[in-house]
Design a binder for this molecule. Structure first.
Ligand code: NDP
Length: 263
């Protein structure tokens, strides 16, 4: 950050939130706090749920052309009637700190990227910092969404893992999971992965964040049961979530370098 300052580059993250989804509001607040902590300027654009597609696209185009804005993030999901794909495609790919734009997705596939999507990047950072070598390991990713499951499997493949991707049509999920040396759950079903689905000594990474009716936040893994088997395991909350935000900050700094903002 000091090196950037010396070059006159000031990272600034524009966060757009449309409507008043309570979970989205919490995520946006946490991103703002992280920006403050890191010395990144945070610009919040809170738009009403009635915002039209044209208004949203016009705002993104304005931010694309603003030399003081390094990165742009539009908090998903959007209210009904707004086209998420069009929004993602409008964000200039050099400012796409979520790495959802098709250009960034393609670059990740090739392995020559500027940005990585924050959650899978956070998982890879946890793996690396824990001294776990992915090479030759059987990796099972449960979930195939564009924002978590698919890029996650690609990043594990880049690190020479042998990767299986499971989803709702997988025939025998338990059997697939039991094969995993590294098991990543990104499903959105509370405690779907039970202890009997975890191989002895496996590394278990729980991306899931599920709010139960009693307000408790739980992951996709039954933590206490999986803990008995795992050699390493991430908790929910406090595991992958904070890493996601850390990677967003990293991407914003990278975007500031790419766009030379603030000069
Ligand atoms: P999506 O709903 O987009 O995708 C869920 C995936 O899980 C789909 O591929 C779906 O399969 C699969 N799936 C659903 N049910 C089952 C099942 N019973 N067995 C096997 N696979 C199943 O979710 P996301 O990827 O966006 O998010 C996943 C979880 O991660 C959520 O809990 C979300 O809140 C959390 N999350 C956490 C983040 C963090 O920072 N910690 C960031 C982003 C997400 P199919 O494709 O066949 O429908």
């Amino acid at each position: 950050m000091e090196a950037l300052k010396a070059k006159g580059i000031k990272p600034a993250l524009a966060v757009i939130i449309v409507g008043d989804d309570p979970a989205s509001k919490i995520y946006v607040k946490n991103k703002k706090l992280a920006c403050e902590f890191c010395g990144i300027e945070s610009l919040e654009y809170a738009l009403p749920a009635e915002t039209t597609q044209e208004e949203l696209i016009a705002l993104i185009e304005k931010l694309n052309n603003d030399h003081n804005v390094s990165g742009i993030l539009c908090q998903l999901p959007l209210p009904k009637g707004l086209d998420e794909e069009a929004v993602i495609n409008t964000i200039k790919y050099e400012k796409d700190v979520d790495a959802f734009h098709p250009v960034n997705v393609g670059k990740i596939m090739i392995g020559n990227f500027d940005f990585l999507p924050c959650t899978p990047a956070g998982v890879m950072e946890l793996i690396k910092e824990s001294g776990i070598d992915v090479t030759g390991k059987k990796c099972v990713v449960v979930g195939r969404s564009n924002i978590v499951g698919k890029p996650m499997s690609m990043l594990l493949l880049h690190k020479n893992g042998t990767v299986t991707v499971c989803h709702s049509k997988t025939q025998d999920l338990a059997a697939e999971c039991r094969e995993a040396d590294i098991l990543v759950a990104a499903v959105g079903v509370p405690e779907l992965i039970t202890g009997d689905m975890v191989k002895e000594g496996a590394v278990v990474i729980d991306v899931g964040m599920n709010r139960l009716p009693d307000k408790r936040l739980v992951g996709d893994v039954a933590f206490d049961e999986a803990l008995e088997k795992a050699s390493a395991i991430t908790p929910v909350p406090g595991g992958v979530g904070p890493m996601t935000i850390a990677m967003l900050m990293k991407n914003t700094v990278k975007a500031a370098e790419l766009n030379q903002t603030g000069k």
